[in-house]
Write a protein that binds this ligand. Structure first.
Ligand code: FEO
Length: 392
């Protein structure tokens, strides 16, 4: 792509990665992604905000072909999808200063072997004049690494937010044109990347309230020319009322757990509780993460394997614990052949979740009427708790 104009003397650079399907070898990217960089040409100085993954540098280099002098290269975040081409950009512009947070300075040296004397650190609230354009740096640690910051271009009211508020979407649109599609992608991104740092994000959102913002320019996905769309969505995900939803991630080997899950789904639906069901052997783990953002309850379904939970259920439980959703209730259902500690093992894997554990339901072999009665009771308990909490 050629540089694309956002506003006068401000261009979207970088690459669209149509083929990316897994981020950090962990996170599914069904819609690809982009690595956005931004060129700002002030009346006196020129700055580039962030770069691209190292393999995409030739495209960025081509976009910079008419930029004779670069005064500042600004690194908002040290992760390599944005910083990977910093060494190559500095090699092209040896006089450019690399501007970043004090915390990022050490990380950039560690990760990319960048010469210390090329780095200038900025304090929270510090400004950088480009002549007729002024950047203010706002430290925002833990979105989603400890060194992260955002930059606010005062005259144009543009917030460059790097990962924060972004979405993994490959698109030629500069700005969001399909809010429903972007909403799901941004919620997936929030769930997988940002949700573990929710208390920090809440504070950062409050800080941004005092900035008049016309455009939010993240470093992944399309830009927002209606900032309230993404800011309001984040406020809801971080602090909104939980939903009258039960997430049921499950795996079943010989249909006993499956039969129990089917019964519970029907019983919850009859109680007016919405269910999001995920068979862990085939599910997109990102879809599951999205539902964890605001579900009131999680019920994990697992058979017993080698005296413990099925590894797929253990993986899902580990992930839920790491993502730290706001979920209020959790239960475990499943089956066993002759004994085991599946429930105890899973219950011990969720120290980060501030949940009330509801009575688990276990079946020895194929579920009996007694087991179904316990599942019915579980559904009624969940429905009553959700009502009591005012989940919507
Ligand atoms: Fe887009 Fe944390 O890197």
């Amino acid at each position: 792509m050629n540089p694309r104009k956002i506003k006068e003397k401000i261009h979207l650079m970088g690459s669209i990665d149509w083929n990316a399907r897994l981020f950090d070898e962990l996170i599914p990217l069904p819609d690809g992604t982009s690595y956005n960089a931004f060129l700002i040409e002030g009346s006196e100085k020129t700055a580039l905000i962030d770069t691209v993954e190292e393999p995409f540098f030739p495209e960025l280099e081509n976009q910079l072909k008419d930029v004779a002098k670069l005064d500042y290269l600004i690194s908002l975040h040290a992760e390599q999808d944005h910083s990977g081409s910093i060494p190559a950009v500095l090699a092209k512009y040896p006089d450019a200063k690399l501007v970043t947070t004090p915390k990022a300075k050490g990380m950039l040296i560690d990760l990319l072997d960048i010469a210390e004397d090329s780095i200038v650190t900025v304090a929270d609230g510090e400004t950088l004049s480009l002549g007729d354009k002024t950047l203010e740096f706002i430290h925002m640690p833990w979105v989603h690494w400890p060194e992260t910051m955002v930059a606010y271009l005062k005259e144009d009211k543009i917030l460059f937010s790097c990962d924060f508020l972004g979405s993994h979407v490959a698109t030629t649109d500069i700005f969001v044109t399909d809010e429903a599609r972007t909403y799901e992608a941004a919620k997936r991104y929030y769930a997988e990347i940002m949700m573990p740092f929710r208390p920090m994000i809440k504070k950062h959102l409050e800080k941004l309230d005092s900035y008049p913002i016309d455009i939010i320019a993240p470093s992944h996905g399309p830009l927002y020319d209606r900032p309230a769309f993404i800011l309001d969505a984040y406020k809801d995900w971080v602090d909104g009322t939980l939903k009258n939803i039960v997430v049921i991630p499950y795996v079943s080997m010989h249909q006993s757990t499956h039969k129990m899950v089917d019964f519970l789904v029907a019983a919850l639906a009859e109680q007016g509780v919405k269910v999001e069901l995920f068979n862990l052997t085939v599910t997109d783990i990102g879809k599951l993460a999205i539902t964890l953002v605001d579900a009131g309850t999680i019920v994990i379904g697992t058979p017993t394997v080698l005296v413990g939970p099925h590894p797929a259920a253990a993986y899902c439980t580990f992930l839920a614990n790491a993502l730290r959703p706001r979920t209020k209730y959790l239960s475990i259902i499943g089956s066993y052949g002759w004994g085991g500690k599946a429930v105890e093992t899973l219950a011990g894997m969720i120290p980060n979740l501030k949940v009330e554990i509801l009575d688990p339901v276990l079946s020895k072999g194929y579920p009996t009427q007694e087991v179904f009665a316990s599942l019915q009771k579980l559904a009624e308990t969940i429905a009553a708790k959700h009502k009591e909490q005012g989940f919507v």
